[in-house]
Design a protein around this ligand. Sequence first.
Ligand SMILES: Cc1cc2nc3c(=O)[nH]c(=O)nc-3n(C[C@H](O)[C@H](O)[C@H](O)COP(=O)(O)O)c2cc1C
Length: 181
Amino acid sequence: MKILKLVIIAIAAIVVFGVLAVAGLVAFMGYVGTDTLSSRATDSQMLAPDGTVAGKALVVYNPGLSGNPETAAKLIAGDLRDKGYEVCLAGINSTAAADVSSYNVIVVGGPIYGGVVSSSVQSYLTTMVPPEGAVIGAFAIGNNYSEQPFPTEAGLKTSAVISQNRDMDSQCAGFTAKLLD
Ligand SMILES: Cc1cc2nc3c(=O)[nH]c(=O)nc-3n(C[C@H](O)[C@H](O)[C@H](O)COP(=O)(O)O)c2cc1C
């Protein structure tokens, strides 16, 4: 009887350890994978508004493994263009993303893993030197269970965790409205 109990405890311990190891590996792979992919985000494009130009905006993204953060970045860039901004939509490792000096509005976003936005977004936010008076916003794409996945020193006017499971269009429109409010 005692031996049976010990065997059951040993099996349970192996199962728990296995589950934790797999979860840790997935988190690690996700975190590393998403930032490895971000190094390939080297494209950029310009979006010109109709009519009078309200200002210049830079929208920088880490595309993530799924591409959902890139989709959100495109929606936010489109919203800013519709509000009269000349927008540069730039992958986080593009040449365009490296120079923030001429923008009135700067938005940076990427995926969340383990409660924090991806490290490429964190370091972009904490190392960039925005021009005086620039409005800065950050977004993260996830399942919406993170409180504050952004570095606090980034001086953000607006930040949002945008859920990939809900209407991204309206969440991105809400983010842009708050940013320009
Ligand atoms: C290991 C792991 C950890 C995650 N942690 C969070 C989290 O803390 N908060 C959240 O909102 N979503 C979290 N998610 C969901 C991801 O952010 C979501 O799947 C997102 O789309 C990841 O982007 P990607 O697949 O484009 O890289 C996590 C997903 C995985 C696999």
